[in-house]
Design a protein around this ligand. Structure first.
Ligand code: F6P
Length: 365
């Protein structure tokens, strides 16, 4: 065996633009600093099933602009509660595979594991470090931008750009047909994508989970525009938005997932109510996975690259059980356990909210 430092990298949870850019930065920085680097396939699944392969520079050639992840990912496999089958009643059978993970880590003589993931994957990484002695460094990934202790997660900028483009396109068709057009965007329980794309795309109403809306306020805005001879309106609604006193719109429950609730349907519910109560023809577009697919923006490519380099640097310094994060536009390493704190939601007193209000945008409140 060589005496070189051995690092491994995996991507966990939903895919996100910029994953490949992080992998490329990790592989290049590791090799340029005389480390060996191993890729783990399909998130924590590969760590349990031993799908661990040495990577070279040629593996990451040309992947900077590519969406998805060359390593594969899953948001179902948790080594502490690993799905091994179903019983006769159709219930999932789980096993604790921590010993397998420890054995695989030892067999490959891995000095540290770089986990690129959202809150689910990073919480598992934290548990691996605390309960199994695996040395980890996390990289904050998610289009939702909802992770604590970092100003930006990579992937968010690309999702926001995609939603903005969709709003530009919806404007022309809404205007031609004098309709209300709602765009439902992702973001789970945070309104970052809706808020930023709504401002960038000139929406009239932005409905986010942090501000439960009143349908009367939304209709008031539509009517006000009509009185100003603006016969169409554009609404961005986050998948996690809900009316005051109302329920979240749940699309499905994914058995065995880190976090089984999948949101969806808030936009359709909204346009039906607008049609019924205001008599204005309304349509909803659900942007869905277009926000996650495809090439990362230049901003996300740079942020992903900075995170990947910083993660390897943290491994070389021995700064383990940390997550790299963006704070005051500098990349720092914070204790990974902090990921378990409250999610990063849109602060109601933030200047981005007051910017929108000064423009006359309605949050439906
Ligand atoms: O966290 C990223 C995200 O795209 C959310 O915005 C969305 O709610 C969820 O993942 C969808 O998950 P899945 O890929 O399991 O449908």
């Amino acid at each position: 065996m060589s005496s070189k430092r051995r690092l491994a990298v995996l991507t966990g949870g939903g895919d996100c633009p910029g994953l490949n850019a992080v992998i490329r930065a990790v592989v290049k920085t590791a090799i340029n600093n005389d480390c060996e680097i191993y890729g783990i396939e399909n998130g924590f699944n590969g760590l349990v099933t031993d799908k661990i392969k040495k990577m070279s520079l040629s593996d990451v050639s040309g992947i900077l602009p590519r969406g998805g992840t060359i390593l594969g990912t899953t948001n179902r496999d948790n080594p502490f509660k690993f799905m091994v089958g179903e019983n006769d009643e159709g219930e999932i059978i789980y096993e604790d595979k921590r010993e397998t993970v420890i054995a695989n880590t030892k067999r490959h003589e891995l000095d540290a594991l770089i986990v690129i993931g959202g809150d689910g994957s990073l919480n598992i990484a934290n548990k691996l470090s605390k309960e199994c002695g695996v040395k980890v460094v996390g990289v904050p990934k998610t289009i939702d931008n909802d992770l604590p202790c970092t100003e930006r997660t990579f992937g968010f900028d690309t999702a926001m750009a995609m939603a903005t483009e969709a709003l530009d396109r919806l404007h022309t068709t809404a205007e031609s047909h004098h309709r209300v057009m709602a765009l439902e965007v992702m973001g789970r329980y945070a309104g970052w994508i809706a808020l930023h794309s709504g401002i960038a795309g000139g929406a009239d109403c932005i409905l986010i989970p942090e501000i439960p809306y009143r349908i009367e306020a939304v209709i008031r805005k539509i009517k006000q525009r009509q009185e100003q001879n603006k016969k169409f309106s554009i609404i961005v609604i986050a998948e996690g938005a809900r009316p005051v006193g109302g329920e979240l719109s749940v699309a499905r429950i994914v058995k065995g997932s880190f976090e089984p609730v999948r949101l969806g349907g808030a936009g359709e519910k909204l346009v039906r109510e607008i049609e019924e109560l205001a008599g204005v023809e309304s349509r909803c577009t659900v942007l869905g996975y277009l926000q996650r697919g495809g090439s990362p923006t230049p901003y996300d490519r740079v942020l992903s690259t900075r995170y990947g380099v910083a993660a390897v640097e943290a491994c070389i310094r021995g700064d383990f059980n940390t997550m790299v994060a963006l704070q005051s536009n500098r990349i720092v390493a914070i204790p990974i356990g902090k990921v378990a704190s409250e999610p990063h939601l849109v602060p109601l007193d933030s200047d981005i909210i007051s910017t929108a209000r000064h423009l006359g945008l309605s949050f439906g409140d």
